[in-house]
Design a protein around this ligand. Structure first.
Ligand SMILES: Nc1nc2c(ncn2[C@@H]2O[C@H](COP(=O)(O)OP(=O)(O)OP(=O)(O)O)[C@@H](O)[C@H]2O)c(=O)[nH]1
Length: 244
């Protein structure tokens, strides 16, 4: 039996605000849903509800955990270096142009002995942040090997960005920003230098990823196409300043 007016009113009042908002949004974007073409395309209400997985990868010691802690808690983990064992997760909700995007960030272990663990996670990642350390040439030279691994295990349309971390290390720097830019250009991926220590470009890196995932997913009619490369180029800050 269909609920009468009073029952409908009670049902309405008993629901949480997010549930109501989600249902309204679902109605709005149901025509979009019908036109699903890509695996990563889903409707606005699903973006509000669903966790988008961002995976941090790169050699051990490049600063993956520190980057995540800086982004999540706004702090820097100085002092003794404790290597990640296997994989660790942190969630953070970002407001992307009025839409809440929930990121689940996977901090992987860079050590070789955990490689089989990280391989298992690539397939479910929506985005990858690939890090090297500007004060460690080997970590930069290994980027090519990481990219080979990414192509082997990750989804073909995964959002990928290259980050040269520890940009604050002026004295110890061995990889020039231009070299990072050149490598990124060669592989067609957006690039920026970051510093978990100073906060340089940390929020920007995650925001850029979140924006790309949101735009890819929604594909609203009449909305201009989001260009990740252009956005990064416009917003990125150099090492001369310490704004996050
Ligand atoms: N100067 C400087 N040091 C950093 C920065 N980020 C991390 N570090 C230092 O680098 C060391 C390694 O950082 P982690 O974040 O633990 O490195 P990781 O990539 O997570 O390492 P694994 O867990 O082994 O894969 C720590 O001693 C940090 O304090 C940075 O932006 N600048």
């Amino acid at each position: 039996m269909a609920p009468d007016r009073k029952q409908k009113k009670e049902l309405w009042a008993s629901q949480t605000v997010p549930a109501l908002v989600q249902r309204a949004l679902c109605k709005l974007c149901s025509p979009l849903k019908k036109e699903k073409t890509q695996p990563q395309q889903f409707c606005l209400s699903e973006i509000l509800a669903r966790l988008l997985a961002v995976m941090l990868v790169g050699d051990s010691g490049v600063g993956k955990t520190c980057l995540l802690v800086r982004f999540k808690d706004g702090a820097f983990l100085a002092g003794s270096f404790i290597s990640t064992v296997g994989i660790d997760f942190r969630n953070k909700v970002l407001n992307v142009d009025g839409v809440k995007v929930k990121l689940q960030i996977w901090d992987t272990a860079g050590q070789e002995r955990f490689r089989s663990v990280t391989h298992a996670y690539y397939r479910d990642a929506h985005a990858l942040l690939l890090l090297y350390d500007v004060a460690n040439k080997a970590s930069f030279d290994n980027i090519q090997a990481w990219l080979t691994e990414i192509h082997e295990y990750a989804q073909q349309d995964v959002v990928l960005m290259l980050l040269g971390n520890k940009a604050d290390s002026t004295q110890d720097r061995v990889v020039k920003r231009e070299d990072g830019e050149k490598l990124a250009k060669e592989y067609g991926v957006p690039f920026m230098e970051t510093s978990a220590k100073s906060g340089l470009n940390v929020d920007l890196a995650f925001m850029a990823i979140a924006k790309e995932l949101k735009h890819r997913s929604m594909k609203l009619p009449n909305e201009p196409k989001f260009k990740l490369h252009d956005y990064v180029k416009k917003e990125v800050r150099g090492t001369g300043c310490c704004k996050s």
